[in-house]
Design a protein around this ligand. Sequence first.
Ligand code: CA
Length: 243
Amino acid sequence: MTNSATEPNSALEGAGSRILVVEDEAALADGVARGLRAEGFEVEVAYDGLTGLDKARGTDIDLVILDIMLPGLNGYRVCRTLRAEGVGTPILMLTAKSGEYDEAEALDTGADDFLSKPFSFVVLVARVRALLRRSVDGKAQPLVIGDLMLDPLARTCSRAGQQVSLTTREYELLEALMRKPGQVVAKSELLDRVWGTDFEGDPNVVEVYVGYLRRKIDRPFGRNDIETVRGVGYRIKQDPTAP
Ligand code: CA
């Protein structure tokens, strides 16, 4: 693709991001998918709410375009469920009518933006790009819990002002926990996020790495912030100054 040297390459912005389209009107869903692919996005389509929910849980999805009226599970419920599970993927909700009520409810369920049908494809793409941009900025913000800090851009960790050197797996494990402070993160989710969904080794590897992390970020500082929730997973304390 050619590009003028004087203009920013806006045509390719966000290219390669993976978008999930959840819409039961097949013609609309497929049309949007085709258009987005032409813009350089990778697109998956789900034609009902349950399939959409399942696919949206995947860590490889960067943004969800979610219709409200869906068979199986409606868009509000898909959105609410994802947020309750701690999935922070940006969601652009398609509202059927341009009523304030719809829009307020869309935002209330945890959607990041909404677009009322019928919409222009150009507007849809602009909204998608804006959301992806915001999301990238958000992911780049340092994660801070008390005196524990993780810098996603530099991939560095510090505690009480001291740099702590982490391996890639340790870093990713800590990031997965710190993105959900105070919440239990299931062992299976940690495995998926850090070792990948195709990992077929011993799931106890999570426990082993939690042990490594504790030896680096907790013990030297007299803390015990990574908690084991027996039979479920692990949780990092929301307030690390608490005993
Ligand atoms: Ca629909």
